[in-house]
Design a protein around this ligand. Sequence first.
Ligand SMILES: NC(=O)c1ccc[n+]([C@@H]2O[C@H](COP(=O)([O-])OP(=O)(O)OC[C@H]3O[C@@H](n4cnc5c(N)ncnc54)[C@H](O)[C@@H]3O)[C@@H](O)[C@H]2O)c1
Length: 384
Amino acid sequence: MDQDTIVGVIGSGAMGAGIAQVAAVAGHKVVLYDNNNAALDNAKTGLSNTLQKLQEKGKLKNAEEILTRFTFANELNTLAHCTLIIEAIVEKLEVKKAVFAELEKIVSDTCVLASNTSSLSITSIAAACNKPGRVLGLHFFNPAPLMALVEVIPAVQTDDTLIPVAKQLMQQWGKTPVVAKDTPGFIVNRIARPFYGEAIRIYEEGIADMATIDWAMTEIGGFRMGPFALMDFIGHDVNYVVTETVFQSFFYDPRYKPSFAQKRLLEAGWLGKKSGRGFYNYAEGSSMPQANKDETLGTNIFERILAMLINEAVEALHLNIASHEDLETAMTKGVNYPKGLLKWCDEWGADKCLEKLDGLYHAYHEDRYRASVLLRMIVASRRS
Ligand SMILES: NC(=O)c1ccc[n+]([C@@H]2O[C@H](COP(=O)([O-])OP(=O)(O)OC[C@H]3O[C@@H](n4cnc5c(N)ncnc54)[C@H](O)[C@@H]3O)[C@@H](O)[C@H]2O)c1
């Protein structure tokens, strides 16, 4: 894969259109395909407007020329001459498998097939293909043109030589690639779960209200957004579904258990900012709840959530989900954490983190709070 790579993108929704923009700006010819004409028209207008705006802001000089690199297609056959195809359609395994199987009938034997799935197994998508060695995950973050991180995920069947080539191409696109094992949630969507789940747990137990938890995580913790504001921003249709999928895919590990508080919001159609109501009420004239800015309470909340996040990162390292460096890059570039969680563990103290987790485990007697064996090993080795 190089500058001559002709990129096909399947699905012209939020992610597909964003990925298509990144590839075209990087100089590739791009075929953007969707089976819904309205979605395709929308993407066409959106891309044209975005590129013009970027030019007005001085961020690029050749919007018109970049636009000529696109072909908008409503027939799969139009992708026949592409040499890399990135799929970004609806998050349903059977639909993705069917599309990959169809694609193989029309593309060349050397065309690389990638999926942008957030939570499905790349291995099971590859299994739908006759040549599974050419399939991999390329997981972009939303919005794709702005977020630097791309998780590169080899399936069990992926040809080893494809990974360095894919990483290099992502770098050429101005992205920061990290390599993740094909396990649920890959890196970011796995390690970030307690940011939401533990915050909701604290709220459900009545330890603090959401405004106080958001205040603790932003003011004391230094996160850009608090968990409740962030979940409302992402949308509960997306955030809850990722949590539920990760929970199911981990064979119902209690660490990832979804909450009723968030499930009910989804059922009510209170999807967050986009629907005017989520955890918070965004209707005009409604006032935001005020935080209880008690330092001791705030520190307890922050340390409880941080300990759970660090535990996830340490466990991911222990299970070789990614390298130390890639785990740190993923959390700082994929979800803008103020620092890498492994570095945070060192700065705060692995012993303090373990003490916090063991305290929770002792209090709740729940597997959810079990500390990673690697965290115990780190503390033991530092003591000796
Ligand atoms: N939205 C995010 O934050 C995000 C982030 C990373 C990855 N993803 C993943 O990216 C993928 C797409 O997500 P999205 O948010 O862009 O969805 P979206 O609903 O905005 O867009 C999906 C598009 O795919 C089209 N589509 C559906 N089935 C199709 C088919 N069989 N053939 C051709 N086109 C089809 C739809 O018409 C729609 O335009 C999903 O796998 C999702 O998990 C989403």
